[in-house]
Design a binder for this molecule. Structure first.
Ligand code: SAH
Length: 260
């Protein structure tokens, strides 16, 4: 049995149309939206999954946010990696509990949160961000999502290439920055043999430049794909794909580090 909602934590409120609102619960506060108003006190102390009603009788369902809900609603400096791409990145780059993971750039921290979850408290996530103001946003997002910054996460301000020569080594390296091929010689120094590099890039030109650089070595099993996710409308009367979908986010490339 999970604990009831407490003041200070985030809830996801779902209205009868399926719209989602991320709300910080505060005693005495009121949530206002276009269909009415709801006192937070109806939610605080209730079990997750509770249905509460606005004064006008509109039902609101309350849950704790999934990582998915949180990253779509959290504060942003840089553009995030969307949930549809986060899952495959974790699986194709094989981020396991206990993994030592290098990430760059941190950006708003959507991938950072997913990496922290996947690597877990026995792992380590070191994330570089060249712009200090983005690193601040990511730290706030991690604190909000986990309740405090996970002790196994280290956010560093600087160029990821500075990691070469630090003496540290990593099992995995996840890159979401515009010119990842420029970082490969630094990463080659810190990624274990057999380690996996995963990169996310928005355009074909960048993807080609990365793949050609990876093929120069010391990497093998270089694979590129994109993820097309189509949601469906399912009711008694009709079952069909939704009219809209996200047509393009980015391309994912994974590669394995060869031994010397
Ligand atoms: N994956 C992030 C978004 C990253 S956006 C998320 O899901 O929220 C790309 C980021 O890389 C930008 O914030 C940019 O400032 C940073 N960046 C670019 N080059 C870098 C480098 N060489 N080292 C570290 N960070 C870099």
């Amino acid at each position: 049995m999970t604990a009831p909602f407490e003041a200070g934590e985030r809830g996801i409120f779902l209205d009868s149309r399926g719209r989602r609102y991320l709300v910080r619960l505060e005693a005495g506060a009121t949530f206002h939206y276009h269909r009415g108003a709801l006192p937070h006190d109806l939610v605080i102390g209730s079990q997750e999954g509770v249905t509460v009603h606005t004064a006008a009788g509109e039902p609101i369902r309350c849950f704790r946010p999934r990582l998915f809900d949180f990253v779509l609603k959290m504060g942003r400096g840089a553009q995030i990696i969307y949930p549809k791409d986060l899952g495959p990145l974790l699986v194709y780059a094989d981020v396991f509990p206990g993994a030592h993971v290098l990430e760059a750039g941190t950006g708003s921290g959507a991938l950072t949160l997913a990496l922290c979850r996947a690597a877990g408290p026995d792992g380590r996530v070191v994330s570089y961000e060249i712009r200090p103001e983005f690193s601040v946003v990511a730290r706030e997002n991690a604190e909000t999502f986990f309740g405090k910054t996970p002790p196994w996460l280290e956010l560093r301000v600087g160029d990821v290439r500075e990691v070469a020569g630090s003496g540290e080594t990593f099992d995995r390296a996840l890159l979401d920055l515009p010119e990842p091929w420029e970082t490969l010689s630094a990463l080659g120094d810190v990624l274990h043999p057999g380690g996996i590099l995963g990169a996310y890039l928005p355009t074909t030109g960048q993807t080609q430049a990365l793949v050609l650089a990876l093929n120069e070595g010391p990497f093998a099993q270089v694979e590129t794909f994109e993820v097309l996710l189509r949601t469906w409308h399912v009711t008694e009367r009709s079952v069909r794909p939704d009219h809209r979908m996200v047509a393009h986010t980015g391309f994912i490339t994974v590669a394995r580090k060869l031994a010397d």
